[in-house]
Design a protein around this ligand. Structure first.
Ligand SMILES: [Zn+2]
Ligand SMILES: [Zn+2]
Length: 144
């Protein structure tokens, strides 16, 4: 295991030029490891340090990250896309109360076999979703 991953190295690694915008967005993901954000949430978080960050720029950077396989884009039921770091394959736990997505590692996925695929189709990816209530929401409903 090497030391902490640097945003600069990751960007270069994926063939992306290092720009302040890309670096800030990637740093946010690296700091808040395992979290998923909408484009607007990312922009809100970065505005204090990058007051000029436009909505379109944020979105563009995220699309570049998705194309470079740095980020995953997750469609949520309310139509807002969430973005998360995808440095290694993972699955998700979704809190049905606050709507947050958490990365989880799942064993046994490789052994999953579909019983009846549509004819002539080919499986390229498997996504597992766990639904439940996160610790924060469980605490909120229990005690004060
Ligand atoms: Zn929750
Ligand atoms: Zn994720």
């Amino acid at each position: 295991m090497s030391t902490a991953i640097s945003a600069q190295n990751l960007l270069r690694d994926r063939g992306l030029r290092v720009t302040p915008q890309r670096q800030s967005v990637l740093n946010l993901f690296l700091t808040e490891s395992g979290q998923h954000f909408s484009a607007d949430q990312i922009r809100q978080r970065l505005l204090p340090q990058m007051p000029g960050l436009a909505r379109g720029t944020t979105y563009k950077v995220l699309q570049e990250f998705v194309r470079a396989a740095l980020c995953e884009e997750l469609a949520t039921p309310d139509g807002v896309s969430l973005y998360g770091l995808r440095l290694r394959p993972h699955h998700h736990f979704i809190c049905d109360q606050c709507g947050r997505w958490f990365d989880v590692e799942v064993t046994g996925v490789d052994g999953l076999r579909p019983v009846a695929l549509p004819p002539d189709s080919e499986v390229r990816d498997v996504a597992v979703f766990f639904h439940g209530v996160c610790s924060e929401c469980r605490g909120a409903s229990g005690s004060a």
